[in-house]
Design a protein around this ligand. Structure first.
Ligand code: ADP
Length: 436
């Protein structure tokens, strides 16, 4: 199409100049007439060029000037190209505006940070939450939030890692999530979680208060029931059975209340505040004394393997709760006279306390949910053991509190191994005594 038009132009140009030569020949001066036509053509082309430039510079939005021949085609092509370009730009502008409006209407704050840690851009929510002003553009974010914990989180720059900051200015709790962004930049997402925190606090307070209030009446009930149980000989047979049952249930309730109180206490603190070196070997031996009493007539056998001389930096009574929950579970869920093994060892990756039994075991499908509060594999069996359903939740919380984790390895009808894995930073060598 374009080639045809070009050919037509050349054809017309040649014909015109041939006609000029012919007219010049008729007048007896072909060269002069030809030169005059050439000059006229150049001047005409200059005028068309000037009109084109004026249109390009001054009349951007209007239609192009009318022209004939090759110049007409040039102007038409430019006009079509320009219209197409303008439609594309308009489409892009619309999408950009849509994205901008969406980002601005987000309740979550977004801040783009340059590789140097300077603030490059933020949305309205971030502006309100962090009290950002136009003059903060290009400032280091750590100059605005100087909390050392925030600075540590910010400098580590790990993807998807979250950090909760309590703003002293507004009193709100802001959750930051670090994400990668284009061109080496990063995108910080800021979410106000004050309401969530408040609800969580209300839940914790409610459970703590309710458990606390239940403790006194339970102690009174238990005291009287124990007295009645001591006087069993003087009681009629039917009452005796009832007293025994009530005593067992009140003990179960007392355990539940104590476990709930322990869980709420663990919920309230992020890291152990009074961590001290704990002698795990001594702790294990004292737990075994209680476990033997719990086993009673079932006569479980306990084997202890202390394969590490290391002490563990932690909170003694919390570790005792966690470890004894694991050992008591093995007693509850293992047939009489079975072997229960307790082991303490360490390697370069950390310290490990494990409890292994060859009891009923757990189906794989239950394992991911075992540490949820009140999650039970078999409700009837669990209540017959007097379990509260909170034991493994307590273990998980204690371990989280120590920066550790719980590994569960279990096979149905073959047995289980529960391992508490502590980071190497919590291991410490026992100080040798002066007499050594
Ligand atoms: P519970 O008080 O019911 O024992 P836990 O939180 O301690 O609650 O344990 C949750 C569930 O995990 C238990 O109901 C039990 O089914 C299962 N479980 C825990 N330890 C063992 C174990 N050593 N062997 C088999 N099942 C276990």
């Amino acid at each position: 199409m374009l080639n045809d038009r070009r050919k037509e132009h050349y054809r017309r140009l040649i014909l015109t100049y041939l006609a000029v030569l012919f007219v010049g020949w008729l007048f007896g001066a072909p060269l002069i007439v030809f030169c005059a036509a050439l000059v006229t053509h150049v001047i005409w082309s200059q005028i068309q060029m000037h009109r084109l430039l004026s249109w390009l510079h001054e009349f951007e939005d209007g239609e192009p000037p009318r022209a004939k021949g090759a110049w007409g085609d040039v102007l038409d092509s430019l006009w079509t190209f320009r219209r197409r370009q303008r439609t594309e730009v308009r489409k892009l502008q619309n999408s950009l505006q849509r994205v901008q409006r969406t980002v601005e209407s987000l309740a979550d704050g977004l801040v783009i940070i340059t590789p140097k840690g300077e603030i490059q851009w933020w949305n309205e929510a971030a502006q309100n939450m962090l009290n950002l002003r136009a003059s903060d553009e290009g400032q280091a974010l750590t100059n605005l939030i100087r909390d050392p914990h925030f600075v540590e989180f910010f400098n580590k720059n790990r993807e998807h890692v979250q950090f909760v900051w309590h703003s002293p200015r507004t009193g709100s709790y802001l959750q930051f999530t670090n994400n990668r962004h284009a061109a080496g930049n990063r995108l910080l997402m800021v979410r106000d979680i004050s309401r969530l925190r408040q609800l969580e606090q209300m839940r914790q307070d409610f459970v703590a208060n309710a458990s606390h209030e239940l403790r006194t009446p339970l102690t009174v009930l238990q005291g009287y029931l124990e007295t009645f149980a001591d006087l069993q000989d003087g009681l009629p047979e039917r009452l005796r059975k009832g007293v025994d049952l009530m005593l067992a249930q009140s003990k179960r309730m007392a355990n539940l209340v104590n476990d709930l109180l322990l869980l709420t206490r663990l919920d309230g603190v992020d890291k152990p505040v009074d961590a001290k070196p704990v002698d795990i070997a001594a702790l294990i031996h004292s737990i075994i004394v209680d476990a033997q009493a719990l086993s009673g007539e079932n006569q479980h056998e306990f084997a202890v393997h202390i394969d590490s001389p290391m002490l563990l930096l932690g909170v003694d009574n919390e570790l005792r709760s966690a470890f004894s929950n694991l050992v008591y579970n093995s007693v509850h869920y293992t047939p009489p006279a079975s072997l229960i093994e307790l082991r303490w060892r360490h390697d370069d990756a950390g310290g490990y306390f494990s409890v292994t039994d060859n009891g009923v075991g757990i189906d794989q499908k239950h394992i991911p949910r075992l540490t949820e509060r009140f999650y039970r594999v078999d409700v009837s069996r669990s209540s017959s053991t007097g379990g509260t359903g909170l034991g493994l939740a307590i273990v998980k919380h204690v371990l989280m509190h120590h920066g550790a984790r719980l590994d569960i390895d279990s096979k149905l009808r073959q047995g289980s191994t529960f391992t508490c894995c502590f980071p190497p930073t919590l291991l410490t060598e026992a100080k040798s005594s002066a007499t050594d």
